[in-house]
Design a protein around this ligand. Structure first.
Ligand code: IPM
Ligand code: MN
Length: 371
């Protein structure tokens, strides 16, 4: 069936192709069972793109990403690419996608699955019912700030610089995204920075406070928190949070912490969203928070759930297919409840399965629900 929904799949490196293969199965299932079809395109990113084209993403694939309704991204990186020149490293492909597509709002939901409470290193009662959303700024801050790089001072001293930089508009738009999300959730936002040591932290706090006081967000409760304290509070009492909004680097670190609250990095999906244009469209990329896991790549061991849950976010945020997104999330819950586990979330007495078996189990649950 022809489709007006264009999807670009960029599996990337390591376990990326394996977990994207499980998304393919769900796409086929949706076509057959839900009469939802996609115009699916494929591209290369990361080391895979470097091997083929000598760069971390080709201009043609970059253009395909700009034109697609949504990009589904696996993972990038691997030891064989560790010594490539800076501009060729696999991560450069991902960073170029984020920057050129202007995907400033990175949504990283951390939800505790009841069946996985024992897989976390934290006590179950600290986690039960946990549902938080980290909104990470994704196109500015120290990831992109200039100047950066090596310098030699007059006396011959070598030094290296990275620059943390934020404009007011860059802070405002991600804070707006966080307030809007909080409105659909529990109405609480924690804005996280280091206003005690960083000028950008003070500016961040001021800007978010001003925006909150504009009269548009009187229904939202805003609290400020220092990033180090937030890291501590996330493991001490994570259920105090609803939405956390923070900069690019703090968001990177805090979302890894949040991932472990769910039992494994293999469980955490993400959506990276741009601004809504005049046509009501927004550019978007969906990727699991975990990396390419080169140590287990190609062995059929990877957990595909973060990738499948990222695909559910694709349906939710890019195509407004809420029911289909719910189906996938419910199916994942049900599979876990049946005691089916990949190695990363394995617990005593559970059934250990491969990547493909995990995907098949999700399909089985989908079948039950669509019947
Ligand atoms: C992430 C990753 C990336 C980041 C890497 C692969 C560049 O860790 O998406 O969290 O640092 O943003
Ligand atoms: Mn990260």
């Amino acid at each position: 069936m022809a489709s007006n929904k264009t999807l670009l799949m960029l599996p990337g490196d390591g376990i990326g192709p394996e977990i994207c293969g499980e998304v393919h199965k769900v796409i086929d299932w949706m076509d057959k069972r839900r009469a939802v079809s996609f115009d699916l395109k494929h591209g290369l990113v990361g080391g895979a793109a470097y091997d083929a084209h000598g760069e971390a993403i080709s201009d043609a694939d970059m253009q395909a990403a700009m034109d697609a309704d949504a990009v589904v991204f696996g993972a990038v990186g691997g030891p064989q690419y560790d010594n490539l020149a800076w501009e060729h490293r696999p991560e450069a492909g991902l960073l170029r996608l984020r920057k050129e597509m202007d995907l400033f709002a990175n949504l990283r939901p951390a939800v505790a699955f009841d069946a996985l409470l024992d897989a976390s290193t934290l006590k179950p009662d600290v986690l039960q019912g946990l549902d938080i959303m980290i909104v990470r700024e994704l196109t500015a801050g120290v990831y992109f700030g200039e100047p950066r790089g090596m310098q030699t001072l007059e006396d011959g001293t070598e030094r290296c610089i990275d620059t943390q930089s934020y404009t007011k508009a860059e802070i405002e738009r991600v804070a707006e995204a966080a307030f809007d999300l909080a409105r659909k959730r529990n109405g609480k936002v924690h804005s996280v920075e280091k206003a005690n040591v960083m000028k950008t932290g003070i500016f961040w706090r001021q800007t978010v406070t001003e925006l909150h006081g504009s009269g548009l967000y009187d229904d939202i409760e805003l609290q400020h928190m220092l990033a180090d304290n937030c890291a501590m509070q996330l493991v001490r009492n994570p259920k105090q949070f609803d939405v956390i909004v923070t900069d690019n680097l703090f968001g990177d670190m805090l979302s890894d912490v949040a991932a472990m609250l769910t039992g494994s990095l293999g469980m955490l999906p993400s959506a990276s969203l741009g601004a809504v244009d005049e046509m009501g469209r927004r550019k978007a990329l969906y990727e699991p928070v975990h990396g390419s896991a080169p140590d287990i790549a190609g062995q059929g061991m990877a957990n595909p759930l973060a990738m499948l849950l990222s695909f559910a976010m694709t349906l939710r945020y890019s195509f407004d297919l809420q029911e289909d997104a719910d189906l996938i999330e419910d199916a994942a819950q049900a599979v876990l409840a049946r005691g089916i586990r990949t190695g990363d979330i394995m617990t005593d007495g559970a059934e250990r399965v491969s990547t493909a078996q995990m995907g098949d189990a999700v399909l089985e649950e989908l079948d039950k629900r669509a019947a």
